[in-house]
Design a protein around this ligand. Structure first.
Ligand SMILES: *Cc1c(COP(=O)(O)O)cnc(C)c1O
Length: 454
């Protein structure tokens, strides 16, 4: 092929080849965990592939399927229990392919009204889950980090404006010691610093926030507070209900980071623990985590989108035409981006096709498995449960183990393709951590993982 190909002409063979590969991937049951690879070896296998004339598509595809893909771990494997796993639905994965094929420019209603209407329907659904008011609105961004950065940019500018602080003035945001690393990253990018609030039982509370502000020498420089609804390490939800009134009293922008835990809003058994989230000025949840969407997809919601619009709208004369709509906003106006993939559509399609009950059941499943695992851990004399799981994450320790023992346990499980599990740090110690997210992860797998700690 190569040399004579017109790359914009439909090529039936190429289409079939790629769609067949997609078909094979979707039909995998279970999805293989796969393993890490040696970057130098993989780089060597790729050497010389990109040429002026082009290569045979079959050769390139084989290189992907046989050489590269086995060294890409499947975060949607049912035995991927490290970090935060993924579990995109089949419907969402399929629709994602269609979104790519349709070249949707998700900037504005002018260019993509149909796509944006559907994305907004999902954003409204999420806003309703959180109990945000009818005027709330938002946009899908690439991930929780992008969502946190975009929201904290608005927090900073609105906070400075409310306080009459100038551009360069010292500005801070109250955070707990459990806040995600992306929050610190965002603060650094935005030239803000953290007022670190001590936690009780790893949860940020309103009284602790009030006490930190009272003890601080310059509380007027604090413009916002970040609460976490589901910490990444342990799945803990801050006491949002007590934080909200303190934020209100001090006129702090109240941002809730639910990148991981926000999906739990769908689970009746834990919904009450999110009380107070309805007062958030901004809220993020990563559907690519616990709402079963493909990467990369984060929902960013604002209580008053017009504030975000005032901060993020890019002014360029060629863009004037997309801002003609008065009170309406475009997705590009609500975050740090311009061109964007309509990445909310796979979730929209899957939610519509599967129905919300299926989502609620799937989220509950991982919470139930975490609770069941906690009981199993408690039943073993050589294991200790470190905290009752709130969501789908279980922290526990093997009595008598040193960090190297956890490393060996983890390496052997991966080597034998039993599971990807990693240790974490908890109160200064190395401990075991299981993150459940895929609704098909089995109790048998947990039994096997725990048996390897005997
Ligand atoms: C995962 C996570 C993030 C970062 O989200 P990305 O999508 O990885 O950028 C932020 N906050 C929390 C609590 C998270 O769990």
């Amino acid at each position: 092929m190569g040399r004579d190909r017109d790359m914009h002409t439909h090529d039936e063979r190429l289409t079939r080849m790629v769609l067949t590969a997609m078909h094979d991937r979707l039909a995998m049951d279970p999805v293989p965990l796969d393993r890490p690879g040696d970057v130098a070896t993989l780089t060597a296998a790729l050497s010389g592939l990109i040429t002026p004339e082009g290569a045979d598509p079959h050769d390139v595809m084989s290189l992907w399927t046989d050489v590269l893909a086995p060294h890409v771990m499947s975060s949607d494997a049912t035995n991927f229990l490290a970090f935060i796993p993924a579990a995109p639905t089949k419907a969402a994965l399929l629709f994602d392919m269609l979104v790519s094929g349709a070249s949707i420019q998700g900037i504005s209603a002018l260019e993509a009204a149909g796509a944006i209407a559907a994305e907004n329907q999902v954003l409204r659904f999420i806003a309703d889950l959180a109990g945000m008011p009818p005027e709330a609105g938002g946009v899908f961004v690439s991930g929780g980090s992008a969502g946190n950065l975009s929201a904290l940019t608005v927090a900073r500018d609105v906070g400075r404006h409310r306080r009459g602080l100038g551009r360069g003035s010292a500005t801070r945001v109250a955070v707990s010691d459990q806040a995600h690393s992306s929050i610190h990253n965002a603060l650094s990018i935005l030239d803000m610093t953290a007022l670190e609030v001590p936690t009780h039982d790893h949860r940020l509370t309103g009284p602790a926030l009030a006490a930190a502000l009272a003890a601080d020498g310059d509380p007027g420089s604090v413009v916002g507070v970040v609460a976490t609804a589901g910490t990444t390490n342990a799945g803990i939800i801050d006491d949002l209900a007590s934080i909200a009134p303190v934020a209100g009293e001090h006129r702090l922008w109240f941002h809730v980071d639910g990148a991981y835990g926000g999906g739990g809003l769908m689970a009746p058994s834990v919904r009450a623990q999110y009380a107070g989230i309805e007062h958030a000025d901004s809220f993020i949840v990563d559907p690519h985590k616990w709402l079963f969407a493909p990467y990369d997809c984060a929902a960013l919601l604002y209580r008053e989108p017009r504030l975000a619009r005032a901060v993020h709208t890019q002014d360029a004369s060629y863009l004037d035409v997309i801002h003609a709509g008065g009170d309406e906003w475009n997705p590009s106006d609500l975050a740090y981006h311009l061109t964007r993939r309509a990445r909310g559509l796979p979730l929209w399609f899957s939610l519509a096709v599967n129905g919300t009950d299926a989502y609620a059941r799937a989220v509950e499943r991982s919470i139930e498995l975490a609770r069941w695992t906690a009981r199993r851990v408690e039943a073993e004399p050589h294991l200790r449960l470190l905290r009752e799981p709130t969501l789908g994450i279980v922290l526990f320790e093997r009595i008598g183990w040193a960090p190297a023992d956890y490393d060996r346990w983890s390496a052997a499980l991966l080597d034998e393709q039993v599971a990807l599990v990693t240790s974490t740090k908890w109160e200064g110690r190395t401990v075991g951590r299981l993150a459940f997210l895929h609704p098909r992860t089995s109790q048998d797998l947990v039994e096997e993982i725990l048996a390897r700690m005997a």
